[in-house]
Structures are given as C-alpha cells and as structure tokens.
Write a protein of this length. Sequence first.
Length: 94
Amino acid sequence: MISALELRHIIECGFLPLSCHCTVNPDGSLMIKVFEPTSGRVDLLVTSVTTSGLNSSRAIANLIGELRSEMTERSVSFSKTAIDEGRKPEFVSK
C-alpha cells in the first residue's frame, strides 16, 4: 500500500509544469486541484477521488492520464465555444 503522502507527491508531480495540490479529505479520499502557477487559473478541481484502487504505479498513471484528458477536453470545448461565439479564447490546448 502506498502512503497518502507518497501518493500525493506522485500525483502532484504528474501534472508538471502545472501546479497541483492534493489534500486528503476526512473520509480518506483525495481532493486534486490543478492550476496554472503564474495566473492561479484553476484548470481542474476534483473533490473526491477514492484511493482504494490506487495501489500501483499503473493505477496512479491511469488516474493522472484520465484527469489530463479531461482537462484537455474541457479546454478544447471552451476554446470551441469561444470561437463559435466570436470571442478570442483565453487559452488553447496544445
């Protein structure tokens, strides 16, 4: 079993160069906040990630990959909406 401290560190490093803060909720789940370090813009906030299945490096990597995919989808969706409305998007996923 991976300790909560080690799990938090691995997840936080998985989102570099963005900043990521993981906190352990009272029920043992994690809250993961990913944000742009200079502006502070929050790109992702997940409030209740169950840790029971995060017992291998592969499971942790899969979680990080899924969250990164969700961030990308939201970014692309936001950019498309802004363009459709005739506004310049604030950021575009690379």
